[in-house]
Design a binder for this molecule. Structure first.
Ligand code: DHB
Length: 279
């Protein structure tokens, strides 16, 4: 799958690849109302990684339903819609509206955005609030729910278990790690907002460790995310216990990355038919 926030709403990448070849498209987070996002600069390159501070910029639910979903409906690839809210009620309302759209195959609940004052990660660092959000979404839709977890916690299994108890059908991990980079001339942040979310190969060992922990703590599938640049990186997550993977930051480096990684994964499976237990 392509990871939320790194692939727009599909259209942006459609001229570079055949979207039908992807396992699923996870859209950038949508909110009930349009959001302008954070002040620029919003992206900074760091060693083996990237800091972002987008601030959930998007055109809002109505625009998504009118413009983006009909475009995605032209493809066979399942659409997974990522949702974000400032309150529990906003998450529930988004889920309720999306539950009427049969082409939405799953809802990924973003309780892990580090770049907004309200909502986002504030829910995902607290097991009680995680339960409240996921329960509200569970009551609003029959579609499969994926809870996207933040790594900015002491024990990710506590949050993962809370999400599953509240009705999550799967977990995706990890979202970005809160980071900071300073400009040596001004002494200020290189981002428009002080901190940002770190992604890319720099965070992969942390992500693999957290997926490993989650896969042993819950019975639902775990989707591995975190700096996957090659097929071998994807294999590492599958060996750690992930049942699927998402490719994120690689999309910013190479528009062909997801299909290349898929081909490399196929090669690995042919070379090691028994290493991954894919039955
Ligand atoms: C944003 C950044 C993230 O790392 C994330 O997980 C969700 C949203 C953002 O700033 O829009």
């Amino acid at each position: 799958m392509v990871a939320s926030g790194t692939f727009g709403w599909g259209k942006e990448y459609s001229e570079y690849m055949d979207l039908n070849k992807l396992g699923a498209i996870v859209t950038k987070s949508i909110t009930l109302k349009p959001r302008e996002g954070n002040p620029p600069p919003r992206i900074v390159e760091t060693p083996s990684g990237m800091l972002n501070s987008i601030g959930l910029q998007n055109e809002g639910l109505e625009h998504f339903l009118k413009e983006d979903l009909p475009f995605l409906a032209k493809f066979d690839t399942p659409t997974i819609v990522n949702i974000a809210g400032e309150t529990v009620e906003e998450y529930a309302e988004l889920a309720k509206r999306l539950s009427k759209e049969t082409m939405v195959k799953a809802i990924e609940v973003n309780i892990s955005c580090p770049n907004v004052k309200q909502g986002g990660m504030a829910f995902g660092v607290d097991p009680g609030l995680t339960k409240q959000v996921i329960s509200a979404v569970r009551n609003a839709t029959k579609q499969p729910i994926i809870a996207k977890l933040t790594p900015n916690v002491t024990d990710i299994t506590v949050i993962g278990r809370a999400a599953v108890e509240a009705g999550a059908d799967a977990l995706s991990a990890i979202n970005t790690i809160v980071g900071m980079a300073l400009d040596l001339e001004t002494g200020k942040s290189r981002l428009g907002r002080e901190t940002g979310g770190l992604s890319g190969p720099a965070i992969r060992p942390i992500a693999v460790r957290m997926v490993y922990e989650l896969a042993r703590a819950v019975k639902v599938p775990v989707i591995g995310i975190g700096g996957i640049m090659t097929g071998n990186d994807a294999v590492e997550f599958l060996l750690a216990g992930a049942r699927a993977v998402q490719v994120g930051t690689a999309n910013f480096v190479d528009t062909a990355a997801p299909l290349r990684i898929l081909a490399e994964l196929h090669d690995y499976v042919h070379r090691h038919p028994r290493t991954l237990n894919l039955s």
